[in-house]
Design a protein around this ligand. Structure first.
Ligand code: CUA
Length: 172
């Protein structure tokens, strides 16, 4: 009888672990089937969506917000992003070299940055605060120092920021 109780308890623990929500966004399978538009990781800064002037947060129609980032050995560009709390934010991220994985510490969200492809995901950060963005994929000698920062601020504070300050909080 004791044994059955133990098995039942372990099953419950297992279910609890499995049900912990963690949104790690990987590339869709169809990318590997050749369904994605190829992106040249070596010329990201020269042309297309990921040129420097296009990186960071950009507001679209109906107050939608898109954050574009490049992960590269051993930084995130931009290093610091600021978003309003409670608003869906679409991330579009790619890598300039090898695979990097980032998470927003203190939230359940994460993203994988893969050279040659764009990983897209929409997250809503409910509480305001500062969240570290460490790299979780061993990507070389500087891996352990590769980290960025996400500032989630109340909506009225975000609205009062200047355009450049909304794009990135790098200079603050
Ligand atoms: Cu980038 Cu580890």
């Amino acid at each position: 009888m004791k044994k059955i109780g133990f098995v039942a308890a372990m099953t419950l623990v297992g279910l609890a672990i499995l049900s912990t929500r963690y949104d790690m966004v990987d590339l869709p399978v169809w990318h590997f089937l050749g369904g994605d538009k190829a992106l040249d990781p070596t010329s990201l800064h020269l042309q297309g969506e990921f040129v420097e002037s296009n990186l960071g947060a950009a507001e679209g129609p109906a107050r939608s917000l898109t954050v574009r980032m490049i992960a590269q050995q051993f930084v995130f560009v931009p290093q610091c992003i600021v978003v309003p709390a409670g608003v869906p934010v679409t991330f579009r991220i790619t890598s300039a070299d090898v695979v990097h994985t980032l998470s927003f510490v203190g939230t359940n969200y994460g993203l994988k940055a893969v050279p040659g492809a764009v990983t897209e995901a929409t997250f809503t950060f409910v509480k305001a605060g500062e969240f570290k963005i460490p790299c979780h994929e061993f990507c070389g000698a500087g891996h352990y120092a590769m980290r960025g920062r996400l500032d989630v601020v109340p909506q009225d504070q975000f609205a009062s920021l200047l355009l450049g300050e909304r794009r990135t909080c790098e200079l603050r």
